[in-house]
Design a protein around this ligand. Structure first.
Ligand SMILES: NC(=O)c1ccc[n+]([C@@H]2O[C@H](COP(=O)([O-])OP(=O)(O)OC[C@H]3O[C@@H](n4cnc5c(N)ncnc54)[C@H](OP(=O)(O)O)[C@@H]3O)[C@@H](O)[C@H]2O)c1
Length: 242
């Protein structure tokens, strides 16, 4: 029986790479995003019953609940949850509108807490066992000028990981964070050429990361070989934070 994994924000970037790799590895996958995008339709066609997409805004409680319920109705209680959907909003905190701060917190933090809560209830009712992986960020550990509110949400996710790992460990559910460094995705498209050069100069491995650098760690944490790893943040950043 193929294991079902829920991945939020799977229409592009890291989420899309996770969805594709999970399907290739033999998982069934449910994913959501606010818009379908160009990459998912051919995947949905190719993978039939193994891939489910639902339109949802993770920053909206009712929409998120609707997605989780629909995913469970379609593919059953999930083995894993990857909290990947996230937004970044650059701006000096002193002038960043509060409405933007709220949106960051609702999407990156509250949305992930809500999905974890909803999925955990199902995992526990099934008798335990499972994986929750939160995609945080090196920014939550090291900070970056202009990303204070974003950093707070990502540090919050790492805190969620540690506390939840303690709460559900006895039920064989592991909770870990994967914290990427700067990835070459749409989200980092707002970096100026100067900022990119600076990041590359400061990265021991001498480049920005890619989704392909991060996905193997997620596959590992989902697998049976990672059954005794919980409450950890695995940083994948080319060494910039070391
Ligand atoms: N890129 C980096 O340098 C980097 C570094 C460290 C950590 N991360 C983290 O990695 C994760 C993925 O980032 P990425 O670079 O792949 O971002 P991305 O290219 O912007 O993709 C974000 C994905 O999340 C979805 N999404 C965004 N807001 C959503 C919402 N409110 N509800 C549902 N889906 C939503 C997007 O689809 P829609 O827009 O259609 O909703 C898209 O599928 C994020 O949590 C990010 O914070 C990224």
């Amino acid at each position: 029986m193929k294991r079902h994994v829920i991945v939020t924000g799977g229409s592009r970037g890291l989420g899309l790479a996770i969805v594709t790799s999970l399907l290739d590895a033999g998982y069934r996958v449910s994913t959501c995003s606010r818009s379908l995008g160009d990459a998912l339709p051919p995947l949905l066609e190719a993978h039939g019953d193994d891939l489910f997409w639902h339109q949802a805004d993770i920053g909206d409680a009712a929409s998120t609940e609707g997605f989780i319920q629909a995913a469970i109705a379609k593919l059953g209680v999930p083995w894993g949850l990857i909290n990947n959907a996230g937004i970044a909003r650059e701006g000096i905190l002193a002038t960043l509108p509060l409405v933007e701060v709220d949106r960051l917190i609702q999407t990156n933090l509250t949305g992930s807490i809500q999905t974890a809560r909803a999925v955990l209830r199902q995992m526990l009712a099934r008798g335990g066992g499972g994986r929750i992986i939160n995609i945080s960020s090196i920014i939550g550990q090291r900070g970056y000028t202009g990303l204070a509110a974003y950093a707070a949400t990502k540090a919050g996710l790492d805190g969620l990981t540690r506390a939840l790992a303690r709460e559900v460990g006895r039920r064989r559910i592991t909770v870990n964070s994967v914290a990427p460094g700067y990835l070459d995705t749409e989200m980092s498209g707002t970096l100026s050429a100067g900022q990119r050069d600076q990041i590359v100069r400061r990265t021991p491995l001498g480049r920005l990361g890619t989704a392909a650098d991060v996905v193997p760690a997620i596959l590992f944490l989902l697998g049976d070989g990672a059954a005794f790893i919980t409450g950890q943040t695995l940083t994948i950043d080319g060494g910039i934070g070391c």
